[in-house]
Design a protein. Sequence first.
Length: 297
Amino acid sequence: MSTPSAAHDDAGSRPDEDEDGGGRGGRGGRLGRIVRAPLGWMLTGLVGVGLVSGLTATGPGPVPVLGAIAAVAVYWVVMRRVAGRSTPEIARQGAGREALYGGAVGLGFVLVSALLITVFGGYDFSWAGNGFLSVVWSAAMVQAGAAVTEELMFRGLALQALEQRWGSRAAIVITGLFFGAAHLAAPGASAWSALAIALEAGVMLGVAFLWRRNIWFVAGLHFTWNTAEQLLGIPVSGHTPQGLFTVDTHGSALLSGGTFGLEASIVPVLIGVLLTVRMVVLARRNGGLRPRRPGRR
C-alpha cells in the first residue's frame, strides 16, 4: 500500500540545505547554525512541545486537547522557522482519513490482545457502573492530548532529526529505546515492561510513521490504543484511570502484564512484532526507509 505523504516529505524537506544554515546565509552565526542542525531543532522542539504538554496534559475538560493544538502550532513554528523544513506530516488534507486508519489499527491491536489474554485466563472483566458519557469524554480528552504531543515529540521531532543524521534504522532503535526508558518511572514498571513497550510501542509506532510519514496516523493509533485500554479498565502503562469496566488479572504477569497493564504482556509484544515486520515491508516498498547519508558524523 502506498501513501502520497512520503513523496511530499521528500520534496518538501531540505535537510542538506538546512543543516549548516547554507540556505540562510549563516544567519545567527555559530549559535544559529547549531540550532538549525537536526539535533538543535530537535531539542528546541522537544522543549517547546514538552512544556505545552506539561502545562495542559492533566488539565480539566478539553484542556489537554487545546494543549495538543498548541503543541502542533509550536511544532510547526520550530520545523518551518528553525529547521527550515516543510511539514507535510501534519498537513490538514487527509488528516482525518489517516487518523481513522491509524485508529482502526490501534483499536484492533488492543482488542485482539485483550481477547487473547482473556481466552488464556489472564483477564476477567466486569462493568464498573461509572457514568458512561463522563468517563468516555474524560478518556477521549486526556488520551487525545497525550497521543498528539507524544507523537510530535518522539516521531515528529526525535525520529526525523535522528533519521536525518544517522538514517532510519538507527533512528528507530534510538527512539524506541528512549520511549521504553521514558516509561521506567511509571507505577509497576520493570526492565521487562520497558523493553516490551520499547518494542511494541516505540519501534512499532516509529515504523508506522516511516510507512505513512504522517503524524495523524500514528497519533490515531496511539489514541485508540490508550483509550481502549482505559475504557476496558486495563492499566495504561502502570496508571489506572477511571474506565467503563474493571479487570481482574489471573496467572502469570507475563500473560496479563501485571500491575503495569497490557503493554507488559507477551501477547501484544508478539502481535506488535508481527505488525512491525509488515509495516517495515510497506515502508521499504514506499521508499520510507532512508540510509545514513555519507559524511554524517
